[in-house]
Ligand binder design. Structure first.
Ligand SMILES: [Mg+2]
Length: 169
């Protein structure tokens, strides 16, 4: 499998079902924040995402956050959702994923990362040797040229993946 291809692809994090997670044979989840759980740099948690987190936790999955954001951005949010976090994780470095898995008491085979960026979340998960579910970004950061460039590249990979795997988003 290509280092740019996720294990599974969904439109929104809330589209991931308990059955999807069970089919991956995992016990723990390493969550990205920006554009996965919230809009970029937002502290707002929508009711849908809050309910999803509750449903997943109730089904017995362990959750933690692994984010490239700085602690001052990540902690107030993770406190709100009652989760621990690894911030400033420097994805695609595998270290944050490894720390997150350890914190959950899971082996690398027992966790899945969920995130919206191919070059940090998907590639980093492959380097860390964990499964990864790629979601589409909640909002495009049109005021940030460097990210817009990455998003353009991502679109090509996404199109290829969608065609090959017959994904419906
Ligand atoms: Mg993100």
């Amino acid at each position: 499998m290509s280092i740019f291809s996720p294990t599974m692809m969904k439109n929104r994090i809330t589209d991931i079902t308990v059955e999807d997670l069970k089919s991956l044979g995992i016990k723990g989840i390493l969550l990205d924040v920006d554009n996965t759980l919230t809009k970029f740099h937002s502290q707002v948690l929508t009711k849908e995402v809050e309910q999803w987190l509750q449903t997943i936790a109730n089904a017995g999955f362990k959750l933690t956050v692994v984010s490239n954001g700085l602690p001052k951005r990540v902690r107030p949010f993770t406190k709100k959702i009652g989760l621990e976090s690894v911030s400033f994780s420097c994805k695609p470095s595998p270290l944050g994923f490894w720390r997150g898995a350890k914190r959950l008491g899971c082996s690398l085979k027992e966790v899945v990362a969920i995130g919206d960026q191919i070059f940090t979340d998907v590639v980093g998960a492959h380097i860390a040797r964990v499964k990864v579910i790629q979601v589409m970004p909640i909002e495009l950061e049109t005021n940030r040229p460097s990210i817009m460039f990455k998003r353009k590249l991502e679109k090509r990979f996404n199109r290829r993946y969608i065609k090959k795997h017959g994904v419906e988003l």
